[in-house]
Design a protein around this ligand. Structure first.
Ligand code: MAN
Ligand code: CA
Length: 261
């Protein structure tokens, strides 16, 4: 393209070479040529400007679609939106952390509740078992007293046969542990076998324990091992607190069974 500046430059060059006198005749046709082409140049430039405007518009559209506008006030709005978004994000993060902590605390609570549940189930089963025992002995007609069921026999047998009757029913001959139980068993008002036997020079109960002097209720002068053949304990002088006697195992007596529950 030929620009006016370029033409002026040509003019000065021609003047300097040929002098002002004769050179004008050469330059004038050149200028008039340039003048003729100006409208075309202007049209061309107008098209270029229109193209630029079009592409600028396009870019602006693209920019607005991309959600960002580059003019200062829009940028300011963008920054404040970004700051707001950052604040929301950090608040979200702290909520996530707090929820995580709540979750682990809840998980701990759940595992605690699980073990409590297991313990309660275990207790329930123990209680159910005890209840079953209660129902069974109640139905046999046994008497409940202070944690045990008792059976007072209505027939007589030797000590071992009496014991066998009790063990066949999940019980054993009575073990008398204290004054309450002693008084309760005296109510039989009969001579009756109890779970006491001589082992060498010691007296022992059928549960394996040794007779304690604190809970011993021999009648006066008993045990005397009369005839050197008395090796089992019986309720004898049942009207007295101190009522037991030692007697031969083969004697036929009533008996008392006990089942601890
Ligand atoms: C008397 C006392 C008792 C003994 C019986 C045996 O009653 O000597 O100690 O056991 O006889 O029959
Ligand atoms: Ca005796």
């Amino acid at each position: 393209m030929t620009s006016p500046r370029w033409m002026i430059l040509v003019c000065f060059s021609l003047i300097s070479v040929f002098g002002t006198g004769e050179s004008l005749t050469i330059i004038v046709p050149e200028i008039s040529n340039e003048q003729n082409s100006l409208p075309a140049i202007i049209a061309q430039m107008s098209r270029a400007i229109a193209d630029l405007n079009a592409s600028h518009k396009k870019l602006l559209v693209q920019q607005s679609r991309s959600g960002c506008n580059c003019n200062p006030s829009s940028l300011q709005a963008c920054y404040s939106q970004r700051n707001l978004a950052n604040r929301r994000l950090s608040s979200c993060n702290s909520q996530v952390r707090s929820l995580g902590a709540q979750r682990s605390s809840l998980l701990r609570q759940v595992s605690g509740l699980r073990s409590q549940y297991a313990a309660v189930v275990k207790q329930r089963d123990v209680l159910q078992g005890q209840l079953n025992v209660f129902v069974r002995y109640q139905n046999y007609g046994w008497k409940y007293y202070r944690g045990s069921f008792y059976y007072f026999s209505t027939s007589k047998a030797n000590w071992q046969a009496s014991r066998n009757y009790c063990t066949a029913r999940g019980a054993d001959l009575v073990v008398i542990n204290d004054a309450f139980e002693n008084n309760f068993t005296r109510e039989v008002k009969r001579i009756a076998w109890i779970g006491l036997y001589r082992s060498g020079s010691n007296w022992r109960w059928v549960d394996g324990s040794y007779l304690s002097s604190r809970a011993s209720y021999w009648a006066p002068k008993e045990p005397n091992n009369s005839g050197n053949r008395e090796d089992r304990g019986e309720i004898w002088l049942y009207n007295n607190i101190e009522n037991w006697n030692d007697a031969p195992w083969a004697d036929a007596n009533y008996w008392i069974c006990e089942k601890k529950v």
